[in-house]
Design a protein around this ligand. Structure first.
Ligand code: 2NL
Length: 344
């Protein structure tokens, strides 16, 4: 029995030695020290032993049990330490590796253009004002000399919320509201950028939602030559000091007289090319002297005050300045398009 126990001890210690994982070690523990293990089996046969032998074998069995348990515990600690080492080694962070780039955004091309135009007019003493995109029929049309039956309303069909409330078709209502607020008590010199809406079918040059910047200067003795001077400065600063402007007669219900402004073509310098459709000129904006009826509705005495106004589309200006061939690029948010215009 003694030999049996000693052989078991040797065998168990060897298995502990060979175990290479916590699972294998646990299997050894169950196999040798468990209730159905061989040591327990040996002890069951103790009844056949003599009185003198019993304590000797009992002691030996407990000693073997203790040795094996101890070997298992120390091996377990060893395996655990090794596993921790391995895990730490695997999870080592190399702090000298380059960081992953964090993608950063930038202003949208239209935002940049609008801000550039704002800065330019602020430099000439204009203030920037914004107003609601959901407007009343009164401020969007009536106050701008577009009464309910006016044929020019057809060109500015829009999205109606109710019969009297609509998505604004231009930013002029912001100017009408501002004049109304001041009630003819002092001059107004402002620009108003913002989103506007038209009931249009989207294509390369039309969008049901686009941007507009309008300008207004109302004071005593404002003349057409003031308009021409301001627009000339704008054109040169925006498109290059070597640009020329030209005013052609036009019509808007809210200005009289009305003009359309062209700039000399930058591509061919006025010679005529495909960009300017062989005319040497490119249309940039519409303008005119504020219609006396518009001044009067806003609370100004047209005998005392006069003013000029203009309106332009930053979408079109951005397309011309950067050679963008489809207005929809501004609104489909394809990152490959937008990224080209991120300034450093
Ligand atoms: C264009 C033409 C224009 C105006 C807008 C205006 C505003 C008030 C009074 C008088 Cl409150 N006029 N705005 C005047 C002339 C032309 O826009 O082609 N825009 C894209």
């Amino acid at each position: 029995m003694k030999d049996q126990l000693q052989a078991l001890e040797k065998e168990a210690l060897q298995k502990v030695e060979d175990a290479s994982s916590l699972k294998e070690l646990q299997d050894v523990r169950v196999a040798y020290l468990g209730k159905k293990g061989p040591i327990t089996e040996v002890l069951k046969g103790m009844g056949k032993l003599s009185k003198e032998e019993r304590p000797v074998i009992g002691e030996l069995a407990n000693k073997v049990r203790g040795q094996v348990a101890e070997a298992i515990d120390s091996k377990k600690a060893g395996i655990e330490a090794a596993e921790l080492e391995k895990q730490l080694a695997e999870e080592t962070i190399d702090v000298t590796l380059p960081g992953r780039p964090i993608p950063t955004g930038g202003p949208h091309l239209l935002t940049s253009i609008v801000e550039e135009i704002e800065d330019l007019f602020i430099g000439m003493g204009f203030e920037v004002r914004e107003g609601p995109e959901v407007e009343t029929d009164y401020y969007n049309f009536e106050a701008l000399n577009l009464p309910k039956d006016h044929p020019a309303r057809d060109m500015q069909d829009t999205f109606y919320i109710t019969d009297e409330i609509l998505m604004r078709t231009h930013t002029s209502p912001v100017q009408a509201r501002t004049m109304n607020m001041i009630k003819g008590e002092r001059s107004v010199k402002m620009i108003c950028p913002g989103k506007v809406y038209r009931r249009d079918t989207d294509d390369a040059t039309h969008s049901h939602q686009f941007t507009q910047i309008e300008g207004l200067y109302v004071d005593k003795n404002v003349r057409m030559s003031d308009l021409k001077g301001v627009l000339d400065r704008f054109a040169k600063q925006m498109f290059g000091e070597d640009r020329e402007i030209r005013l052609r007669p036009s019509f808007f219900p809210f200005t009289e007289p009305s003009v359309e402004m062209d700039i000399s073509c930058k591509v061919c310098n006025g010679e005529g090319c495909s960009v300017c459709k062989r005319t040497g000129w490119i249309e940039i904006l519409g303008a005119g002297m504020v219609h006396p009826r518009v001044l009067k509705m806003a609370g100004y005495d047209p005998e005392e005050y006069s003013g000029f106004a203009f309106g332009m589309g930053p979408d079109r200006i951005a397309m011309l300045k950067y050679g963008v061939d489809d207005i929809r690029h501004f609104y489909t948010n394809d990152i490959r398009f937008l990224k080209q215009y991120h300034q450093a």
